[in-house]
Write a new protein. Sequence first.
Length: 109
Amino acid sequence: MFGSLGFPELLFILVLALLVFGPRRLPEVGRTIGRALGEFRRATHDLKRSIDTEINLEDAPASRPAPTGQSARAPESAPAPEPAAPAEPPAAPAAEDRPDEPEAREPAG
């Protein structure tokens, strides 16, 4: 229970505590030590539970199958769609290129 402490060692510790704290304060010290040990046990239990939960959360996505109808990632063979270029109005042709307009014709005369 207490590791390598035997009955004689425990008896010596109890007598020493009785001499140091006295008979009136010894029960109070015992309760305080008991509460501290209980709180330590609860804290270690909570820590162990949270570590186990984190480990299970890390392992869980790898073991779950992908939802039906959806893949975990996009297929590699399909190219990504390119964004559409903004529409620019066509450039007006130069006056020399437009033969039907009066500026493009040579004056008769």
